[in-house]
Design a protein around this ligand. Sequence first.
Ligand code: ARG
Length: 466
Amino acid sequence: MTDTSNKMWGGRFTMSPAEIMQEINASVGFDKAMAPQDIAGSKAHAAMLAAQGIISAEDAAAIAKGLDQVLAEIEAGKFAFKVELEDVHMNVESRLKELIGEPAGRLHTARSRNDQVATDFRLYVRAWLDATDAAIGKLQLALARKAAANAEIVMPGFTHLQPAQPVTFGHHLLAYVEMLARDRGRFADARTRLNQSPLGSAALAGTSFPLDRHATAKALGFDEPTANSLDGVSDRDFALETLAAASICAVHLSRFAEEIVLWTTPQFGFIRLSDRFTTGSSIMPQKRNPDAAELVRAKVGRIAGAFQSLLMVMKGLPLAYSKDMQEDKEVTFDALRSMTLGISAVTGIVDDMQPVAERMAAAAGAGYSTATDLADWLVRTLGMPFREAHHVTGRIVALAEARKVALDELDLAAMQSVHPSINKQVFDVLTVAQSVRSRTSYGGTAPQNVSKMAEAWIKRLEGQGV
Ligand code: ARG
């Protein structure tokens, strides 16, 4: 059995691992996704080792060339990852050895898989954060454009999912643009704290070799090296922060997705989705199901689940590295992939959806949604205290309800039976169109506000190169 013991630490080991040991221990099945980051880290490390005179320039050149070839093989799908080599780090190094021989053995000087994996994972999450910032920007732009095109379309605004006050469709869409802006802010904050290089922390204590950690940090696009080697190898808060921000973003998307699901029902009928974003039923020919929205609504489960999962993995772990931390990657990769997919799907849905203005307008006037406008009119015109106006309006609504008519269909005499000073000017404020037009307070739903806000967002996002 000695001949099959591990190449990397075979010196002390005489037996190969039990089958189940290998199965639970190996991470290459998923951490191979970090191969590009692993190779970038190794190239930076080797170049620095040579610059510091720790290895020769020739060896560093051979390592760099060999690593380029390894990357080319991986990208071409020609690389045979071996589970017995445990993880991506040892797979890459082992192949490098096959390609260039002895110099490959010098690459791991003053380095451990502990700082290596911490570096790779940071680079991986950082690349995702950058791509995601751009992707969310695109979604915001799609929403802002839809809002600008539909600034005048009225729909019911809800509280408790009961018709509350009329709003404009554009206003509703812009609410999500704001949420997504904060999501981008949270991701950007996470990136700022993430962007320190653990490389050169070695196993946990640093190293006696004269490393230039600032040089490797710079080469890998980090702002600076981590300042404590124990911290550098043992925290995964950068992944936790990213997953926390992703969980919040996923909650935002799930709320929007739920609205899409509601709005596409025949009962609401507020929007239409084309064949591109719906599916039929294999048994019910009339069906048109918003599957993409439903899946976005569900993805939050995985994403928030990953956050919980990693929190629990990290909880109570003594410093520094423990193998527990290998459990950080699978859930994170899955969550980030789900988030990316969700953002793209929602962007597609936003581009695709068409508002059904008549349905929205009809619903906007339902449920006495302009009752607040009536109460405000009583305050403004008759100088009534708002509490009293609320009471008077309540009685007028009850009257309209008893007669089964809308507020603006109730005749003046009926209104005057509740309060004699009401005059016919009141009818000016009772329509849905007038209601939304009047909401000109900053951040309010008036179409002129919405147009202005939508245009400002479009300009800002286009200015960001989205
Ligand atoms: N595959 C390991 C991980 O993902 C790499 C680090 C292993 N380090 C160690 N000391 N065994 O965490």
